[in-house]
Design a protein around this ligand. Sequence first.
Ligand code: MN
Length: 338
Amino acid sequence: MDEFFVEGQFLGLPPTEGNADVVILPLAFELTTSYGTGTAEGPLACIEASGQVELYDPLLSADLPAGVTIRTENAWQGTAGDLMGQLDELVDHAKPWYSGHQFPLFLGGEHGILPPIIQAARHHPLVNGDLSKLTIVQIDAHADLRESLDDEPFSHACAASRSLDLGVGALLQAGIRACSRQEIALINSDDRITTFFAKDTQHPHSGASSWNQWLESLNTISGPVHLTLDIDGLDGALVPATGTPVPGGLSFWQVIETIEAVFAAPNATIISADVNEIVAQEDTPLTQFTAACLATKAVACHILARQEGRWRPSNAERQEHPKSTFFKEWSKTTPSSN
Ligand SMILES: [Mn+2]
């Protein structure tokens, strides 16, 4: 921690005036967490832990912020009394950062933040209303492809399936090691979904070949991409405080390699990212520090993309949008959710 450290700011960097290039958005969202609790305080614990992350990034050969401006917004707190209302509030909170100028990095909060983020990404100039252009790259222990969990179709366990329902063109997921029969059936039947199971990528003998296929599939993505990192994709030993830690997961370096690979894909533009299911660990800051390291790597990779001309800010002016009623309307057509 050096003399420039500013509390409450990602990496302790002093807040910048005017338009920032990178915006850190803590989302204290926890309405459907099924097992552990505490994802609401996680984002702020992650920001605090980020003060201990090394600013030097070997990819950039420079200290962050490496010439860009990074701002940390105040933590979002839902005010609506029901889940659908909060999802619409999240859409409204996320939308202004999809004008094409900024790179938004969301810190969650449970994985249920994903569908409203994706709904907001519809407004990015590269998506331009057509989510079939968008690819989601997901690191997770769980496929999050359930139809519903505990009768709730907007549960964190359905984050990926609801995002596909929104019209997303492709979903690439790795680290997966907890799936229901229904999820496996969906993986096998929906050709938008490509799943790399941890059982294969972590196999002591053949794992390297499966892992290289994962990296190769990231390299061939084209168009806009949202990167969603559920920290439970990492082995449970690295993130013991997360809501549902699972053994047998990805190593820290595999997730770093994934982040670097997706940002380096020559025909893709990573328009946004999230690190979610962060829970503040009390005995040691390991969980939140691990999350902070991943978030920092995503920011560093974004800066590298800017430096290498792979980030093309749009000329579109930031637009005012009417308040979202999308999820409220949608819930009227889905079986449950209140
Ligand atoms: Mn998840």
